[in-house]
Design a protein around this ligand. Structure first.
Ligand code: M6R
Length: 605
């Protein structure tokens, strides 16, 4: 979704801002804009379209400004257009704002301002912000005016503000939308996402909700929600800058698929170092866990599929009932959670609005909340009682791959750990689970060495209009994830079904050459799924089977994957599905990393 970059320092601002915006392209956007000070006057360049277009507009712009704010917009209020692009000015041209998030009460504020003779030129919610600041500026200084304006705003926002009267200042504020400030001897770098400015610094201030920062020269003044001065410490971000480059791969998605042996190794880390399983920064007592009567796992999209894949491990090994829910549903259903619930929230970005909203509800109801995120210091980790990180490194492609397998790995380790503390698994089983975990990266490498057959399949089915993904038991959530990947990046309509459900309706859609992709790894259920595949073959379907088993040669394509412990199998069986979606998208000539209408981090409801 929208992205923010800002800079104040001793270097030229425009190249830093443009570089930052291009690093944020992966988030999904439709317009881009920049504001700097030129000859002590705010100067704005903005338009709909890509950052490259903005770059062209700025080509003959001789700027020496060493302060600026910049934005990529993903339209919410008002279609993509130049006038709706950020930055936005107030009526007098004194205040200039970029904003991520949504101002829920913008209509009321707009009416109030219009009653006070303010005029509006865009359809955005954002345009009320500079005008409201202007309204308060009549009686207050710049910092106070921004503070008072923010007190009136409802919704989510990360904003940067420039003021004509303070040409060396940027004021920034965040609420329910991420914002960080990287700091170095060359200046201060503001960003909605760390990768935007990672090439300049690894030292970051991670802003909390309602904090306001006055950034000027090399100085940073932090204030709390009551505008009282506070001090903050920086965090060192260990991400390697090369992690946000393609490093010879055509696309980030392919690079991230191939990184999975490493990311799984990193996520396992030292958790299995000794005889016992230990977690990075969590220790549960047997007494605490004995009082847990239910585990709820809440997330969106791929992260929710990771939860579904791990449900069986928790239920079978920990003997605790598990509910997995979509965050946008969970938060509004008055969920049945209480102090005896362990509520686990999974989010790669750690900034997904619905997941954070759901977490707040569970917390209010007394549950112990545990966040699993891939981004250090992300909002979800700060909201939750406890957190653990996956170690997948920055994931740039919109379609999540390495974060998903890291989440499934970590959830399984968490389940093994809980079962161990509760005394449900003995040392022999722990030893064998550990061996299986350690072997996973090599097994992933084996799958990645054999992409030729998947490329052939892609060439055969890329022009299909629809596809089905089937699986039973542990294979069903993997089918859901395979289906989501395909629709996200190839725009082929696809559905996932529990294989036994097909004949209760969906089989009516099968006709000649309809692609059916089945996952068959569950030894006990394999013969049943195979029978369901036979049923679609009889109706003309083209079948692609991902399996650990020796299955009938009657299928059009069989992709054999290595066997592992049943709970860990989803980490292997999803990889051919990721590759299939990738190569089909390539075959169709689509932009794999930035699929239409999608955003990497969904920071609005
Ligand atoms: O950052 P999160 O893990 O919270 O994101 C959740 C979903 O938006 C995300 O997994 C989405 O479904 C991906 N585009 C899937 O590839």
């Amino acid at each position: 979704m929208c992205g923010i970059v800002g800079y104040v320092g001793n270097k030229k601002a425009i190249p830093i801002l443009l570089e930052g915006l291009s690093k944020l392209e992966y988030r999904g956007y439709d317009s881009a804009g920049i504001a700097t000070f030129e000859n002590n006057k705010i100067s704005i360049t903005k338009d709909k379209g890509r950052v490259k277009h903005l770059q062209e507009l700025l080509e003959n712009h001789s700027s020496s400004s060493n302060i600026g704010i910049a934005h990529t917009r993903w339209a919410t209020h008002g279609k993509p257009s130049k006038v709706n692009s950020h930055p936005h000015l107030d009526n007098t041209g004194k205040f200039c704002v970029v904003h991520n998030g949504i101002i829920e009460n913008y209509a009321d504020i707009k009416k109030f301002l219009m009653d006070n003779e303010y005029k509006f030129i865009s359809d955005t919610d954002t345009e009320v912000i500079p005008n409201l600041i202007n309204y308060y500026y009549a009686q207050n200084n710049f910092l106070q005016a921004v503070y008072l304006a923010c007190k009136d705003l409802k919704g989510s926002y990360a904003i940067e503000v420039l003021c004509q009267d303070y040409p060396d200042h940027i004021i920034v504020v965040r609420k329910d939308s991420p914002l960080v400030i990287g700091t170095s001897n060359d200046g201060n770098y503001i960003a909605s996402d760390i990768p935007a400015v990672l090439s300049h610094t690894k030292n970051f201030y991670l802003l909390e909700d309602n904090e306001i920062v006055e950034v000027y020269g090399n100085k940073l003044n932090f204030f709390n929600k009551n505008l009282e001065p506070i001090s903050k410490k920086t965090e060192i971000i260990s991400w390697d800058e090369s992690a946000i480059e393609k490093n010879g791969f055509d696309d980030f998605m392919l690079k991230e698929i191939f990184e999975q042996p490493k990311t799984i190794r990193d996520t396992i880390g030292f958790k299995l170092d000794k005889d016992k399983i230990t977690l990075d920064n969590i220790e549960f007592s047997k007494e605490f866990l004995s009082n847990i009567s239910k585990i709820v796992i809440v997330a969106c999209g791929t992260a929710m599929h990771a939860g579904l894949s791990a449900k069986a491990t928790f239920e079978n090994l920990c003997r605790i009932p598990v509910e997995v829910d979509v965050a946008s549903e969970f938060r509004y259903k008055n969920p049945l959670v209480n102090k005896n619930t362990l509520a686990i929230f999974i989010s790669q970005s750690g900034e997904t609005a619905d997941t954070i909203g759901a977490l707040k509800i569970a917390k209010e109801k007394g549950a112990t909340t545990l966040a699993i995120s891939n981004v250090i210091g992300s909002s979800i980790t700060r909201e939750a009682d406890l957190f653990i990180y996956t170690h997948a490194g920055p994931e740039i492609a919109v379609a999540s791959t390495k974060a998903y397998t890291a989440q499934v790995t970590l959830l399984n380790i968490l389940a093994f750990y809980i079962a161990q503390v509760l005394g449900y698994i003995d040392n022999k089983l722990i030893k064998s689970l550990k061996e299986d975990l350690f072997e996973l990266p090599n097994k992933i490498e084996t799958i990645l060495e054999n992409t030729e057959e998947i490329i052939n399949i892609s060439k055969d089915i890329y022009s299909a209009k629809d596809a089905f993904f089937l699986g039973r038991g542990i294979d069903y959530p993997v089918a859901m994830e395979g289906s989501l990947k395909l629709k996200e990046i190839s725009y082929i309509h696809s559905e996932a079904y529990a294989a036994g459900e097909l004949k209760h309706g969906p089989i009516a859609l099968i006709n000649d050459d309809f692609p059916v992709i089945a996952i068959v790894t569950d030894e006990v259920l394999a013969s049943k799924t195979v029978s369901n595949i036979q049923e679609v073959i009889s109706r003309g379907a083209k079948t692609i089977v991902i399996t650990t088993e020796n299955v009938s040669k009657a299928f059009n394509y069989i992709i054999k994957i290595p066997k592992t412990n049943q709970y860990l199998t989803p980490i292997l069986s999803v990889i051919p599905l990721q590759l299939l979606a990738y190569y089909i998208s390539k075959e169709k000539g689509l932009d794999v990393d930035k699929p239409r209408n999608l955003a990497k981090s969904v920071t609005v409801e």
